[in-house]
Design a protein around this ligand. Sequence first.
Ligand code: NAI
Ligand code: MN
Length: 339
Amino acid sequence: MKSIVISQPGVLDIQQHEIPHPDENEVRVKVVYAGVCGSDVHIYHGHNPFARYPRVIGHEFFGVIDQVGRLVAPSKIGQRVVIDPVVSCGKCYPCSVGRPNVCLNLQVIGVHRDGGFSEFACVPASNAHFVPEAIPAQHAALVEPFSIAANITAQLKPTAQDIALVYGAGPMGLAVIQVLKNVFGVAHLVATDRVIDRLGRALECGADKVVTNQDADLFDYFKKYGRAPTLIVDAACHPSILQQAVELASPAGRIGIMGFSDESCIVSQKDITSKELSIFSSRLNSARFPLVIDWMSGEKLNPDVLITHKFDFNQVGVALDFFENKPAECCKILLEFPG
Ligand code: NAI
Ligand code: MN
């Protein structure tokens, strides 16, 4: 089989590997579609502190189970599945309180262990989630990015009263917008990005208003609108955003952050406490795949808005280059693994 391997930072190869056999608690997945994510590019460039090389990347993938380990029910063979990349120990404190995504022994498929940019991938059976026929394969490949939105909204508990502001109209921001509007029905949603060409997709995802983030615009907008945002999600993750979000937020507002920058954010206690703001963070997802699959089955989500391109997996070099250099045209790219 062929696998896409980052053999060391900056070096991407398509390698010929033996088809693996699942361990006793694993299933083998014949991959159909795999989504390209910013974190794949970070691993490629050596910018992900958790990655070890050589690594088969890819953590957003859909396929069909074609072999099972000794302790896994053979009836699973032939199941259409999507893979939760979070592998946890089940024993530590975070696992014991339902937060396997921050397990002390966390292993992320495609980061700490080999992932889905491969014709076949072996994964723990409990990470492979059944996908009903009603969900097309290419939508199923987007369950993982939507699980990030499911996780941050589980922290923020949106309601129909909320005036929402979402920073960033990349795949993450767009997934968050869809979940806030289509699942939780927030009253009003403003999306902001620095790249104006990315904001059209935010409207298609359900944003009521898009505003470019040249500071004054956002403050002006909410001033004219007459109400401050009660729920803010930073899916752009620039370190300067938290300060602005704290300033913009309504008293009793909630702010969700998901960035990994190690630069400091400058916010004062007074600005947070005087409005009694709640600030949540969210990493990956804690067992949210079934929820997202339910939302997709109920047609609450529209993954097609995010999918801008498909490439044969042999073209991965071209796909990654395009992904990095054409942010206006490009949102989610799927790699196709021909049957
Ligand atoms: P992306 O790079 O496609 O989207 C980010 C968007 O934010 C871009 O369109 C950019 O123009 C915009 N932006 C940057 N600075 C801005 C500012 N000051 N104001 C307004 N817009 C601004 O990335 P993607 O894939 O959508 O991911 C977004 C972020 O989420 C990344 O930083 C990524 O590391 C993070 N992330 C976090 C996860 C988690 O579990 N916590 C999971 C996946 C991604
Ligand atoms: Mn991803």
